[in-house]
Design a protein around this ligand. Structure first.
Ligand SMILES: O=C(O)CCC(=O)C(=O)O
Ligand SMILES: [Fe+2]
Length: 380
C-alpha cells in the first residue's frame, strides 16, 4: 500500500497546489474501500474478489495508484490534466472556449463527447453550475475519422500529447480493473478487455470539469450536477476537493436514480487514488452482477466552498459495434425467459446505439428541475 492519508506529495507526485484547503472534519462520508493496482496486476485472487464485491455494492471503490509504476504514471498525468484544466478554464474567454465545438454524434453514438459545454452563464460572467471540456479518444488517436472533429487552435501540441498520454494510461488502468473482474466473474477469453481496446472506435473520452467556487454564506443553489449513473463501462475519476456525493450504505431509495436527501454522503478525496465507478454498460454486460453507481455533485463543503473545484474523468465504454447483451459466465445469470422474449422482439443494440438512447435522458434533468424551481440548500 502506498502512502495515503492527508499527504499531498504521494509516490513523488506533488499535488500540494491542488489542495488549497483540507477536506473538513466531521462531515458524513462514505467509506470507500481501497484496491491495489500492484495486487490486481499480479492476479491476486483475493484482490479480484474484493473488487467484484465493491463493483456489486456500492459500485464504487478507490484505486490506490501509488504501488505500481503504471499507476504512478496515470496519477502524474491526471494531475497535470487538472493543471491544464485550471489554465484553460480560467484564462480563456467564454467565446474562445466555445471555439472548441460540441457535436451531437460521437461515432454515431449521439452523445456529448467533444467540445466545450456549459449550461448557463451568470450575469457576473462566470458559469452557473459547471463547465466541461470533452476529448474523444477515437478521434484524438485517429482510430475513427469524423469530419466534424477539430481541436481548438488554443490547445498547444504538448497539451494534446498530455491528453493522449493520459487517455492511454487510463485505458491501461481500466483494463487492469477489467482483468480483475474477468477473474472473479469467470469470464473466458478476456472478453471484457476485448470489448475495451483503445484502438477500437468507441465513445471513450477524457473530460475536464470546473465547478466555480463561491461564497458559502450566499443563499445559492448548492446542486452542481444532478444525481445520475454514468452511461459508460467504468470511470476513473480524479478530484481534489469535496463535492462528489454517493448514497449511504443504508440509503433510502425513492425511485429510479433517486434517494432521500438525508441519504447522501460525501466522498472524501484521497491523495494518490482514483475513484472508480461502475457504469450502466457493465451492469448490462453482467446482467446485474455488477451495479452502476449512483452519484451527484454539490458545492465543495464548508471552507473549501470558495475554491474552484476541478475533476478529470476518464471513461471506458465498449467498442461502438459491441453487442449490448450479457456475457457468458457461470457467475452471470442468463436472461430470464421473459427478457429473452423481449430481446427476441427487438434486435440487440450495438454499444453506439445503446449509448445514444441512454444519453438522451440526462440532459433533460436540469431543465425539469429548473421548471420545478427546485433548489438545494445544504446545512453542512
Ligand atoms: O466531477 C465529478 O466529481 C463527477 C463528474 C461526473 O459525475 C460526470 O461527469 O459524469
Ligand atoms: Fe458521473
Amino acid at each position: 500500500m502506498g502512502s495515503l492519508g492527508e499527504k499531498y506529495v504521494v509516490a513523488g507526485v506533488d499535488m500540494t497546489d491542488l489542495y488549497p484547503v483540507p477536506f473538513p472534519d466531521n462531515l458524513p462520508t462514505v467509506e470507500l474501500q481501497t484496491v491495489s493496482v500492484a495486487k490486481l496486476l499480479s492476479h491476486d485472487e483475493q484482490e479480484s474478489q474484493r473488487i467484484f464485491a465493491f463493483c456489486k455494492d456500492p459500485g464504487f471503490f478507490l484505486l490506490d495508484l501509488t504501488d505500481h509504476p503504471e499507476g504512478v504514471r496515470l496519477l502524474q498525468d491526471a494531475t497535470d490534466c487538472c493543471r491544464l484544466a485550471k489554465k484553460l478554464f480560467t484564462s480563456l474567454t467564454i467565446d474562445q472556449k466555445r471555439e472548441y465545438k460540441t457535436r451531437s454524434a460521437g461515432g454515431g453514438a449521439g452523445i456529448f463527447d467533444m467540445g466545450y459545454f456549459t449550461r448557463d452563464i451568470l450575469p457576473s460572467g462566470d458559469v452557473k453550475y459547471n463547465e466541461t471540456m470533452n476529448f474523444p479518444v477515437q478521434d484524438m488517436f485517429g482510430y475513427s475519422s469524423s469530419p466534424d472533429f477539430a481541436l481548438p487552435g488554443w490547445l498547444e501540441a504538448d497539451e494534446v500529447e498530455l491528453i493522449k498520454r493520459t487517455m492511454r494510461s487510463g485505458n491501461t488502468m481500466g483494463n487492469i480493473v477489467l482483468s480483475g473482474l474477468e477473474q472473479s466473474l469467470q469470464i473466458a477469453n478476456n472478453k471484457l478487455q476485448a470489448a475495451h481496446r483503445l484502438e477500437d472506435p468507441s465513445g471513450d473520452f477524457l473530460r475536464l470539469l470546473r465547478y466555480p467556487g463561491y461564497d458559502p454564506a450566499a443563499n445559492a443553489d448548492h446542486l452542481r450536477f444532478p444525481a445520475h449513473k454514468d452511461a459508460i463501462s467504468l470511470g476513473l475519476l480524479f478530484t481534489w476537493l469535496g463535492g462528489l456525493q454517493l448514497p449511504a450504505v443504508d440509503a433510502e431509495r425513492l425511485a429510479h436514480e433517486e434517494i432521500s436527501e438525508a441519504s447522501w454522503r460525501w466522498a472524501r478525496p484521497v491523495p494518490g487514488t482514483a475513484i472508480v465507478n461502475m457504469g450502466d454498460a457493465l451492469e448490462l454486460l453482467t446482467n446485474g452482477a455488477l451495479t452502476s453507481g449512483l452519484h451527484r455533485v454539490v458545492r465543495a463543503p464548508r471552507e473549501q466552498a470558495p475554491h474552484d473545484r476541478y475533476s478529470v474523468l476518464l471513461s471506458l465504454r465498449p467498442a461502438n459495434t459491441w453487442p449490448m447483451t450479457p456475457l457468458e459466465s457461470p457467475v452471470i445469470r442468463p436472461l430470464t425467459a421473459a427478457a429473452k422474449e423481449a430481446k427476441a422482439a427487438a434486435p440487440v443494440l450495438t454499444c453506439a446505439e445503446w449509448g445514444a438512447a441512454k444519453l438522451k435522458a440526462l440532459g433533460g434533468r436540469f431543465t425539469e428541475r429548473e421548471q420545478r424551481k427546485e433548489r438545494l440548500n445544504l446545512k453542512d
